[in-house]
Design a protein around this ligand. Structure first.
Ligand code: SF4
Length: 708
């Protein structure tokens, strides 16, 4: 039997055809009908069936290490959360979610925590990868709305990849781009990255900029466009605001090519070539990812990019636009339901006119009224600080491993040990975070549960439950509903399947969403998908939001009319200037540490490490070092070395390479205490973040390097 589903790894969101026989998933291939990948899969996706199996799975609930049945686990959670809520208030309870969850899980978690526990403190690990992109879009476009679609990469004449190793992190999009380039000899690709990566293979021009100089680079581009008469004056006049201030800031920082080149530490001639290409072309897509977002000035970097697109009018057109590529399979779906602490629900913020009252009325059932918080909650790093201060008395973590992924991970461990109640729902028994859990809940995983995910181009796709979950593992939404029921909220959490949750989510997106009295027009609207029964939900074809009465078949591209989601209807150019990284050299810790994913592994490896062939590419933690630094610090290719700073250390195999700039290092983010002692890159990163987005400055730690 062949069933369609969606890959659970990166934000490309590839469609998968799974071969299922006698309760086993025997193989996978790319879904030729899925518009994200048209049959392609990368090496991770093609090994999905090799990562399954019950070995290493959590199969029974545990309380303080003791196996218990579900009734005891759920009763205990309900009692203890109820007690915290009664004694300390709902705001003493927090949740920390994940871009791995399905939208239906996310929706129920958001409704439970914000609606009925009454706490605003619900955040997600999407904070670590997408928050700056979200904040940048909202500032410029008035909504967290990716304007482009994947087809735009193929229709563009110029594709700029900034802070994105597409070849490793979004391999199927890289394949699509390579094919498009081979079909269109006029297409040019520019790669902007301090490291030489495999993505450079496609580059007509490579700019190895100094880390953190992105704003200077794009400010220089804006100044160049103005100086060479390459602005779209008509678009600026009719569809934007803030242009003059943004241009003044750009000129202030990088008025000419020589200045911009000096700030970015790149060759002026190459920089001018980039500027000329961008300024001469309307059909430009700038695709950006963690190299832009994971910074204490990440939001400003995003806006520096968007400024150039607005100034050139290259947005809302085929083959044009600023395109943020998400890291996780459902980073977008989490944002749709309000999974970030600064969001309320269905893309409404706390300050969206009428939103709190609207959501409260929508979630009300006879005899039960939600108690929604009135202001945003703690973002991820602030949440850890609130735990340290003793303000958060109960934390429920779902489908993520913050002891490996959050900055200053050793401090996170200490904070969790201090928290009176830590509940962890997970699929796997070897997550580092389980060591801090008072209560452990076994969750179902990919191929075991039904739901939806939304990929980087706003496309909602089905994941399907094809296999039984092992032991007593249960769906996340079911677990939350059972706790809610025991806390007295049964009437608001009565669902007999994921399709019912999706229906409610779709109805909320369209609820009072329009121009009528008391309504607010909002872009996120999938109300045309409401009312599906189980069969229709099972048959749901991939579709891009908005999906409403005006666009019942979905919407490939946004802002084609030139009207944006700000109060004025005009997009905003934002005056931005470069700022120094918060993390600066401390004592011997002077080398700049970059980190990222590697091609064949996913997050903390508890799935991908099960497929032997995925370990061949890189089989152990490593440290990439420039030859001059290797000589200076006495390390050699193939030898072991140690990175250290005041927060922790990291052991890895040295790879000497000219791909690195001098004074800079690269390590993978995947290894953790389960696979190798002391190879958690996040333990070296200080807990500092962008003040606007709350996204950590993950790519700018400072470390000392020494042979082992
Ligand atoms: Fe999965 Fe991403 Fe690979 Fe597609 S590109 S198969 S979504 S990991």
């Amino acid at each position: 039997m062949h069933e369609t589903t969606t890959c659970p790894y990166c934000g490309v969101g590839c469609g998968v055809v799974a071969s299922v026989e006698e309760g086993r998933l025997n193989g996978v291939e790319g879904d030729r009908d899925h518009p994200a990948n048209y049959g392609r899969l990368c090496v991770k996706g093609s090994a999905l069936h090799e990562t399954l199996g019950h070995q290493g799975r959590l199969t029974r609930p545990r309380i303080e290490g003791r196996e218990v049945d579900w009734n005891e686990a759920l009763d205990t959670i309900a009692d203890r959360l109820g007690e915290v809520r009664m004694r300390h208030g709902g705001a003493a309870i927090a949740g920390y979610l994940s871009g791995q969850l399905l939208t239906e899980d996310y929706y129920i978690a958001n409704k439970f925590f914000k609606g009925f526990i009454g706490t605003p403190h619900l955040d997600t690990n999407s904070r670590l990868c997408m928050a700056s992109a979200v904040a940048g879009y909202k500032r410029a476009l008035g909504a967290d709305a990716v304007p482009c679609c994947y087809e735009d990469l193929e229709k563009a004449e110029l594709v700029v990849l900034s802070g994105s190793n597409l070849a490793w992190n979004h391999p199927v999009l890289f394949q699509r781009l390579r094919t498009a380039k081979s079909r269109n000899p006029l297409m040019r690709v520019v790669v902007i990255d301090p490291r030489v990566t495999d993505t450079c293979e496609l580059a007509d021009l490579y700019l190895p900029i100094a880390p953190g100089s992105d704003i200077a680079l794009f400010n220089g581009l804006l100044a160049y466009m103005a100086a060479r008469g390459r602005l779209d004056r008509d678009f600026i006049a009719h569809h934007t605001e803030g242009f003059e201030a943004a241009l003044a800031a750009a000129r202030d920082e990088a008025a000419d090519i020589a200045t911009a080149a000096r700030r970015c530490e790149v060759d002026a001639e190459r920089l001018e070539t980039f500027y000329y290409w961008f300024a001469s072309q309307l059909h430009v897509v700038t695709l950006y990812s963690q190299g832009v977002n994971q910074s204490s000035s990440g939001t400003d970097r995003v806006n520096a990019i968007i400024n150039c697109h607005l100034a050139g009018g290259s947005i809302g057109l085929p083959g044009a636009g600023p395109f943020s590529i998400t890291g996780q399979p459902n980073a977008m779906g989490g944002r749709e339901v309000g999974g970030l602490a600064n969001q309320l629900a269905a893309h409404m913020d706390y300050h969206t006119p009428g939103a709190i009252d609207r959501v409260a009325r929508f979630w009300s059932v006879p005899g039960l009224t939600p108690t929604l918080p009135e202001a945003p909650g703690h973002k991820a790093l602030a949440l850890v600080e609130a735990i340290e201060r003793g303000e958060i008395r109960a934390l429920w973590i779902m489908a993520t491993n913050p002891l490996v992924s959050l900055p200053d991970a050793n401090r996170v461990r200490r904070a969790l040990h201090k928290c009176p109640l830590v509940i962890v729902s997970d699929c796997m028994a070897d997550s580092d975070t389980l060591g801090c859990a008072d209560i452990v809940l076994p969750a179902s995983g990919w191929s075991e549960k039904d739901g939806t995910v939304t990929n980087s181009e706003r496309r909602i796709s089905r994941q399907r439950g094809l296999l039984p979950a092992p032991g007593e593992a249960r769906h996340d939404w079911w677990i939350i509903c059972e706790v809610a029921r025991r806390m007295g909220f049964a009437a608001a959490f009565d669902y007999d399947g994921a399709h019912r949750i999706f229906d409610e989510h779709a109805r909320l997106s369209g609820f009072e969403n329009g121009d009528g009295p008391g309504e607010t027009f909002r872009l996120f609207d999938i109300s045309a998908l409401a009312g599906m029964d189980r069969a229709a939900y099972d048959a749901l074809a991939p579709v891009q939001w908005p999906v409403n009465a005006a666009s019942p078949r979905g919407t490939a591209r946004l802002f084609e009319s030139g009207r944006f989601m700000t109060d004025s209807g005009r997009a905003r150019l934002v005056a931005v200037r470069s700022r120094a990284a918060i993390q600066q050299p401390e004592g011997e810790a002077r080398l700049l540490l970059n980190s990222g994913r590697i091609r064949d592994q996913w997050h903390t490896m508890n799935r991908t490490a099960r497929a032997a062939r995925l370990m061949h590419h890189r089989s152990e933690p490593f440290i990439e070092v420039h030859p001059a630094d290797a000589a200076r610090y006495g390390v050699h290719d193939g030898g072991l070395a140690r990175l250290v700073n005041a927060r922790g250390d990291y052991l890895g195999r040295v790879r000497v390479t000219t791909s690195q700039r001098r004074g800079e290092l690269f390590v993978p983010i995947h290894w953790n205490d389960q696979f190798s002692t002391r190879a958690r890159a996040s333990a070296l990163v200080a807990a500092v973040c962008d003040p606007l987005s709350g996204q950590p400055e993950s790519k700018q730690a400072r470390v000392a390097l020494a042979p082992l």
